[in-house]
Design a binder for this molecule. Structure first.
Ligand code: MG
Length: 169
């Protein structure tokens, strides 16, 4: 088993769409960034890359590269999934916390989980997303930005196969 963690922050600005977990959420502000600035998916990608010892999203998708301008982070997540596959890792589970004072994220959680699961070819019960506020404190509380944490577990494909064969013997 290999553990990974990811953390990301994006600034809230007027005139931007708010995309979280691949869902466009109606709000007066959106997250600023080179891509669609999906802070939740960025945290997930960094957790996965970290667990696989494959550095971070800045290494794989530099924000100086015009090909990633405005790109859907779900598309980048699919790429990370293929990278893990190529390195013979399988994902056990992913757990995400989105920290946002506003808007209320709860109604969109299920769609976010579906989007992430679909992008990585996972079952629904392998991905959990939750949201919290920081009680009006700090940069999330003052609506300057939204942050997200993610942790994940990876297994080596061969180890998992051996274990499953052992279980059925
Ligand atoms: Mg980011």
């Amino acid at each position: 088993m290999r553990i990974g963690m990811g953390y990301d922050v994006h600034r809230l600005e007027e005139g931007r769409k708010l995309i979280l977990g691949g869902v466009e959420i109606p709000f007066e502000k959106g997250l600023l960034g080179h891509s669609d600035a999906d802070v939740a998916v960025h945290a997930v990608m960094d957790a996965l890359l970290g667990a696989a010892a494959l550095r971070d999203i800045g290494t794989h998708f530099p924000d100086s590269d015009p090909q990633y301008k405005g790109i859907s982070s779900i598309t980048l997540l699919e790429h990370v999934g293929r990278l893990l596959e190529a390195h013979s890792y399988v994902i056990s589970n992913i757990d995400v916390t989105i920290i946002a004072q506003k808007p209320k994220v709860a109604p969109y959680i299920e769609q976010m989980e579906n989007n992430v699961a679909h992008a990585l070819g996972l079952e629904k019960n392998q991905i959990n997303i939750k949201a919290t506020t920081e009680e009006g404190l700090g940069f999330t509380g003052s609506l300057q930005g939204i942050s997200a944490h993610a942790v994940c577990l990876l297994e080596d494909r061969q180890v998992r196969t051996n274990r499953k064969e052992g279980e059925t013997r």
